[in-house]
Write a new protein. Structure first.
Length: 56
C-alpha cells in the first residue's frame, strides 16, 4: 500500500508542476491542478495514517 501511495504522490507532484508549463491558462489548467492537488493531499494523508508508531 505504501509504495502505491508514494507513487501516486510523486506522479501527482510531477503532474502538477508540468501542467503549469504544458497547458495554457484556463479552466482545464485549474481543473487538472485541483485534481493533482487532491491526489497529493490524499496520498500524503494516507502515508501519514500508515506510518509506524514510534517507540520511546
Amino acid at each position: 500500500m505504501k509504495p502505491l501511495l508514494r507513487t501516486a504522490l510523486l506522479v501527482a507532484l510531477v503532474a502538477n508542476v508540468s501542467l503549469n508549463f504544458l497547458v495554457d491558462q484556463g479552466g482545464l489548467n485549474i481543473a487538472l491542478s485541483v485534481v493533482a492537488g487532491v491526489v497529493v493531499l490524499a496520498s500524503a494523508a494516507g502515508l501519514w495514517m500508515l506510518r509506524s508508531p514510534r517507540e520511546n
